[in-house]
Design a protein around this ligand. Structure first.
Ligand SMILES: *[C@@H]1O[C@H](CO)[C@@H](O)[C@H](O)[C@H]1NC(C)=O
Ligand SMILES: *[C@@H]1O[C@H](CO)[C@@H](O)[C@H](O)[C@H]1NC(C)=O
Ligand SMILES: *[C@@H]1O[C@H](CO)[C@@H](O)[C@H](O)[C@H]1NC(C)=O
Ligand SMILES: *[C@@H]1O[C@H](CO)[C@@H](O)[C@H](O)[C@H]1NC(C)=O
Ligand SMILES: *[C@@H]1O[C@H](CO)[C@@H](O)[C@H](O)[C@H]1NC(C)=O
Ligand SMILES: *[C@@H]1O[C@H](CO)[C@@H](O)[C@H](O)[C@H]1NC(C)=O
Length: 441
């Protein structure tokens, strides 16, 4: 009898009708939506069933790092997490039919995406993008990406290194006018700023201040395009630049001031030249930092150049003073040089140049001590020589030369003193002025 199997089949059929087979996998959702990888309906066109209805794209950014800001090339490299979401009218399902499935993660290439990009981009990114997007049962599609944006930013280095910079990140669609894609910032300025403050990981030498968001539209060939503009303000932390650059220059300036207390003869000139060379090495560092073109002359350049000129002036003053002293001792030497003047001549000139006369007694005693072993004749000869020198000193010609020497020395000293006072005052005034200018808002 083949009666039993027929009943069994009928029963199974009945069960199937009363309790339909549960579809609980996400693949079932995609099958229900007819969403397969070669479905052009989903990938080519904007997902609006009526083309007159624009697709509203909610856009949001989270700033989570400032990698660098390069003054020389005027680039700004922030790390930004971008999120955009829009409604796809072709996608909708009832979670009740699919065991409560409310969202599905899909490969990116299976759906249409808005063609948003950053206008300031200076370099194409080559990092991997997030390959997935996220759909929900009511048709919301969300796409999130992690970007390292190398963007142009016109930086104003007038107040370097005490400067605040503002850079812009402008987001817009290239191909869709505002009739097709309507951009809406998902969070306002205070929200974006707060989120960035909480999530910022690295900011290098910069301190993040705030982000402001504004929505604009721009006309281009009788179409208008929506643009969201994020303005990011950052302030430079000046400590390292101050230590590396401004402080050493102040040190050099102090050394230059201190060199006024070195006697004019000998090392003073060499010392000043060395200090001047030290500053010119620091100028090379500046060349690495600052862009060659800027709107206003950077204050730091004024600072270096003015201090450099001050030091140059003080070097020239030293040269002048040494010239005055030397001119005078040459005159002196000429006056002293006479035929009868022989072996003691060089000794004499040396003493004159020093401008200080060793007392004869000490000199003679020293010479006598050093020549203890010499006999009386030699001793007498020595005394004769010293007497000759005394005669020369009392000679009217020599006396005149001496007066001239004292006169020129006095002038040199006076120049030195007046120059030092003027120099100190102008340097202090300049420093006060430049640091006030730096601190001014
Ligand atoms: C999927 O395609 C089938 C036939 O091709 C059609 O009957 C069904 O309505 C489509 N489903 C959706 C959600 O469009
Ligand atoms: C879609 O559903 C999500 C929650 O799942 C909700 O937040 C969102 O507002 C809904 N969107 C629309 C267009 O109804
Ligand atoms: C979108 O614009 C870009 C740049 O203008 C162009 O290369 C591309 O072909 C456009 N795409 C479409 C779909 O019009
Ligand atoms: C910004 O948005 C937050 C919520 O996201 C709201 O509480 C706040 O009032 C908004 N601020 C302004 C200025 O609109
Ligand atoms: C952001 O900071 C800059 C610089 O301090 C300031 O000028 C600007 O007003 C601030 N913007 C907002 C929205 O707070
Ligand atoms: C462009 O923006 C202005 C306000 O900024 C607004 O009045 C105007 O309607 C916008 N134009 C279009 C075509 O949306």
């Amino acid at each position: 009898m083949n009666y039993f199997p027929v009943r069994a089949i009928c029963l199974l059929f009945l069960v199937d009708l009363v309790f339909p087979k549960q579809v609980c996998s996400k693949q079932d959702v995609l099958e229900y939506l007819n969403l397969t990888s070669n479905n052009e309906k989903f990938t080519t066109c904007r997902p609006a069933l009526d083309w007159r209805r624009p697709t509203v794209v909610y856009f949001d950014i989270y700033l989570y790092g400032i990698l660098s800001m390069i003054e020389k090339s005027q680039t700004f490299v922030p790390l930004i997490w971008m999120s955009m979401s829009w409604n796809n009218e072709r996608i909708s399902w009832d979670p009740k039919d699919f065991c409560g499935i409310k969202s599905v993660i899909l490969p990116r290439q299976m759906l249409w995406k808005p063609d948003l990009y950053v206008l300031e981009t200076a370099e194409k990114e080559d990092g991997p993008l997030n390959p997935y997007l996220y759909i929900t049962h009511n048709g919301t599609v969300t796409m999130e990406d992690d970007h390292k944006i190398v963007s142009t930013c016109s930086m104003n280095v007038h107040k370097f290194p005490f400067d605040t910079q503002t850079c812009h990140i402008t987001v817009s669609s290239i191909n869709y006018s505002d009739k097709e894609i309507k951009l809406v910032p998902a969070s306002n300025s205070s929200k974006v700023t707060q989120v960035a403050r909480e999530s910022i990981l690295t900011q290098g030498e910069w301190e993040f201040l705030n982000i402001s968001v504004s929505l604009k539209n721009e006309s281009y060939e009788d179409q208008t395009f929506d643009r969201i503009k994020y303005t990011i303000s950052v302030r430079r932390m000046p400590l390292m630049h101050f230590i590396n650059f401004q402080l050493p220059i102040l040190f050099f300036l102090t050394l230059d001031l201190a060199s006024f207390f070195i006697p004019d003869e000998g090392e003073k000139l060499g010392f000043k030249v060395t200090v001047l060379l030290g500053i010119s090495v620091l100028l090379l560092i500046l060349n690495d930092i600052l862009p060659s073109k800027s709107h206003r002359c950077p204050l730091i350049a004024v600072y270096v150049i003015v201090i450099f000129s001050f030091m140059l002036l003080s070097l020239l003053e030293t040269v002048l003073v040494i010239y005055l002293i030397n001119m005078n001792s040459e005159q002196d030497a000429k006056g002293v040089q006479r035929p009868e003047d022989h072996n003691s001549d060089t000794d004499n000139r040396k003493r004159d140049r020093n401008g200080v006369e060793a007392p004869f007694e000490t000199l003679m005693l020293k010479e006598i001590y050093s020549k203890e072993k010499t006999n009386d004749v030699q001793l007498l000869q020595l005394i004769l020589e010293e007497l000759q020198i005394i005669r020369q000193t009392l000679d009217p010609d020599t006396l005149k030369a001496k007066t001239a020497q004292i006169y020129w020395l006095g002038i040199a000293k006076c120049i030195n003193r007046v120059f030092f006072v003027v120099y100190l005052i102008s340097v202090s005034l300049f420093l006060v002025f430049i640091f006030r200018e730096w601190k001014a808002e």
